[in-house]
Design a protein around this ligand. Structure first.
Ligand code: ADP
Length: 312
């Protein structure tokens, strides 16, 4: 329980929508740097929450994988806030690389390497019955060895945001799958696969593929650019609580559409992307099937991580 005694908190590194991040180090070894992420918990929700949250987050500490950020410790501070002690990764994230069109050049082999690491990370999460629920380029941090690490498990967010007051304004909806937009209550690892598909698409076109302005607009963009969810392509969808789609329905986009937009990923890459963006979550490709896909064996071979582009 004296976890907080083990770390010394230093300067503020940054502030996100639901957390403040500080630099820190291990008390017994100042050369070991860490990031201490203090989750902002709403005052009226604090009572008795932190101990539960700490217990729930503890199991994430056991999730040890080269492409998942290490959660070194979890503790609640005197003010009942949740503190996550994380591996320190100061080299930015995939969003920065995607957006720096002038400074960062990358190609099909680099995308394949990043997607491979992301695929292995999410396979590992799902094998261990953990859903991420918030995969986006900004949550893929660059490690010193050039690899990427999945950060910011949505679980932490759900503690900071119990009443979902932020969900309409700040938290990005661009990577949210149709089943969540339609209010499905029980969902599966398929939610993460949809998000991975959109990261893949964005890496290729260097722009978000489905940048909806509102939840309604998000659904419109899915209908227009992927296809309209209907009883024919997704049995049962019309019974979901918030099911509403624009008329007339748009057919599922054919392979020619994906080839014209994402052709630089090659035929196998386009095939994989289309399977990640299958509307019906039960038919969507699984993390295991992703790792077995032919894209990994086709040319070009993925770039070695030490040769991946870094921020220019
Ligand atoms: P956001 O999701 O808006 O980036 P975060 O709360 O995750 O917000 O992080 C805020 C800032 O803190 C980030 O932009 C980054 O500069 C820094 N940061 C977050 N996590 C780490 C980490 N593990 N190592 C180094 N810096 C970090």
């Amino acid at each position: 329980e004296d976890e907080k005694q083990k770390y010394i908190k230093g300067k503020k590194l940054g502030e996100g929508t639901y957390a403040i991040v500080y630099l820190g180090h291990v008390k017994s070894d100042p050369s070991k740097l860490v990031a201490i992420k203090k989750i902002k918990i709403q005052e009226d929700y604090k009572e008795g929450l932190a101990p539960d949250a700490v217990r729930e987050l503890k199991h994430l500490q056991e999730l040890s994988h080269p492409n998942i950020i290490s959660l070194l410790s979890v503790f609640s501070s005197r003010d009942q806030n949740l503190n996550l002690v994380l591996e320190y990764l100061p080299l930015g994230d995939l969003e920065m690389l995607i957006k720096d069109i002038e400074g960062v050049r990358y190609g099909a082999a680099d995308i394949k390497a990043w997607m491979g690491m992301l695929g292995r990370a999410i396979w590992f999460c799902h094998e261990n019955f953990v859903l991420h629920r918030d995969i986006k380029p900004n949550n893929l941090l660059i490690a010193a060895d050039g690899g990427i690490k999945l950060a910011d498990f949505g679980l932490a967010r759900s503690f900071a945001d119990p009443y979902r007051v932020m969900s309409n304004m700040v938290i990005t909806r661009w990577y949210r799958p149709p089943e969540l937009l339609f209010g499905a209550r029980s969902y599966s690892g398929a939610v993460d696969i949809w998000s991975i598909g959109l990261v893949f698409a964005e890496l290729v076109i260097r722009n978000p593929y489905l940048p909806g302005d509102t939840e309604v607009d998000q659904i419109s963009k899915i209908c227009a650019l992927v296809g309209t969810p209907t009883e024919e392509n997704w049995p049962g969808v019309s019974k979901l609580e918030h099911y509403a789609v624009p008329a007339p329905a748009t057919p599922i986009q054919p392979v020619a559409h994906y080839n014209s937009m994402f052709g630089t990923a090659g035929a196998e890459g386009v095939d994989l992307l289309m399977k990640m963006l299958i509307l019906d979550p039960r038919k969507r490709i699984t993390a295991r099937q992703i790792l077995e896909h032919g894209w990994w064996k086709s040319e070009p071979k993925p770039t070695k991580k030490q040769n991946l582009p870094k921020k220019g």
